[in-house]
Each structure stands twice: as C-alpha cells, then as structure tokens.
Design a protein around this ligand. Sequence first.
Ligand SMILES: [Zn+2]
Length: 136
Amino acid sequence: MIKEIIHDVHFLSQKSTPATSADIQAVRDLKATFIANSDRAAGLAANMIGIHKRIIVFGLGKLPVMMINPEIIAQDTPYQTTEGCLSLDGVRPTQRFKHITVKFQNEQFQWQTQDFTDLIAEVIQHEIDHCNGILI
Ligand SMILES: [Zn+2]
C-alpha cells in the first residue's frame, strides 16, 4: 500500500528498531511507496512512511532494492556533498564515504554482504542514517 511521506522532524529523529519477518507488510508498503515516488526519490527509509523499523529501499536503475537491517561494516574515502530529502525542504551539506560495505537482509530475510560506490553508496548512507534517526 502506498503511504504518505512523513515530514515531522521529531518523529524522524527517533531511532528505528530491527525488523523481523513479521514486518513483511512494512517491506511491501515501503517498496510500493518508493515506486510511487521514484521520479523524485533516490531512496526511502521505513520511518519516512511512519514505521520505526530498520528497512530501506533505493533504486538501482529502475529496480527497487530492499535492505532489511542494513549495517555499514566498512567505509573509506570521505568527501563533502549536498543532499536533498523527500521529508525535508531544500538541500543541505553532509559528509559521505565513497566506498561502503553493507551487511543486510534481502526481501527473503537472507543475510548478504555487498560493496557499493559513489551515488548508490551515498543514497544507502543517507537511508541508513534515517534508521538511526539522523537527518541531513
Ligand atoms: Zn532522507
């Protein structure tokens, strides 16, 4: 089900808790909401649709990729950039890492570890920050 995007900064500043297979509907709702907003969002985190669970989604080409309980286990090469956020107005400066290694569960709740670089890595870092209640 497509959900409304939350703009309440107090709500978005709370840390999300780990997701389990009981949260499969939240995974589906986040995917549907991302697809509905994919023309203006590079990624979304579950708290942006009102669910404080550690679930994110981002676009790889046209394909939505879901990550459940994502955790950055390695990162290198910091740089400064500016980002926007569907929940916030305007763009803001932030620091990101050029290369990251992420451990996460896929939509079938299987653990995987994968490396990402550049813009995709930046989007994943932004969405994992959302899971930790951190806004740009
Ligand atoms: Zn955001």
